[in-house]
Design a protein around this ligand. Sequence first.
Ligand code: ATP
Length: 354
Amino acid sequence: MAIASLTVSGVRNLADATLECDPRCNVIAGANAAGKTSVLEAIHVLARARSFRTARLDQVRRDGTAELLVRGDVQVGTGAHRLGVARGESGTRVRIDGADARGLSELARWLPVQVINTESQRLLQDGPSARRSYLNWSAFHVEHGYHEAWRRYDRALRQRNAALREGDSRTARALEGELVSAAGAVDTLRSGVLAELQPHLDVYLQRWLPETPVQIVYRRGWSQSRTLADTLADQHESELNMGYTLSGPHRADLQLRVHGMDAQHRLSRGQQKVLVVAMLLAQASVIATQGGVQPVLLVDDLPAELDVEYRAAVLQAIEESQGQVFFTAIETEALAVSAGRLFHVEQGTLQEMI
Ligand SMILES: Nc1ncnc2c1ncn2[C@@H]1O[C@H](COP(=O)(O)OP(=O)(O)OP(=O)(O)O)[C@@H](O)[C@H]1O
């Protein structure tokens, strides 16, 4: 899986451009505020129809421009496909090989991307939803049927929550069968993907944090010792009072523990950063081996994130991963990689350096 060429138009401060990309290593260099991150953001928009910097795609559209457009020719195995995402006054349009996509999940299957940047630390520092999202993306790409199981669960949950909000106990109870069944499917698939992910993670952790035993504890969202049906029966009155469902896969978490403590309270900042990178590379690696598509890595300003030693180790792991990667850097010297293609961006104008 690799982006062969990328066309950006109407993206932040970037002048309209087409980049022919290297199937392995691309470096985008430039000063602060030149537009480096905006190139990675454009690739993310192409892959997911959303930015990693803002929940509002309109903010990515260049000021005063009617439409943002990102197009990419993507090589998948021996086949070539054209993806396009446009955002204008009338909303977002997603095209795949000349036809409108049926949904964003269809787009996401074509071009899995993995972002490594300062924000990645939220995986450890934020609440459980960041880690659920990590779990969901892993399962989405690896476990056939996960998307459908999650949709079923989400639908049942919404319906049940609506009934609880209205104080409609009968309907809430009637929906429990479907909720419990879909929850079982989601939980089984999540457990499965975690078991697949663990050996990939162990490889990185043994290399980077050999003295630090990091344990991943999966909390499924309800007690390990009770069924979800019993749990819901027990807390029916509280749920009616609260107006929503208190237990289930929507409350799951992945706890990262070191010597019995949360990793973010036990590890140094540098160790936390490298742990997060390990989790992201492990996810990319399990998606590649079990899901059959190698995610494209978008790595924003790694030199600012990691010291020389960890940086060298991470760069080596990224090179070994065989996937396509886009790095940004202010100084390319700090990024000791052999760039297949090196681009320079100055005040939004992109140019390949030959
Ligand atoms: N909607 C927009 N329209 C036009 N320009 C924008 C828009 N949003 C942001 N900008 C400008 O685009 C530039 C984006 O810079 P970007 O964050 O991509 O830079 P960078 O090279 O990654 O910088 P740094 O190294 O400081 O992170 C900034 O100068 C910003 O002011």
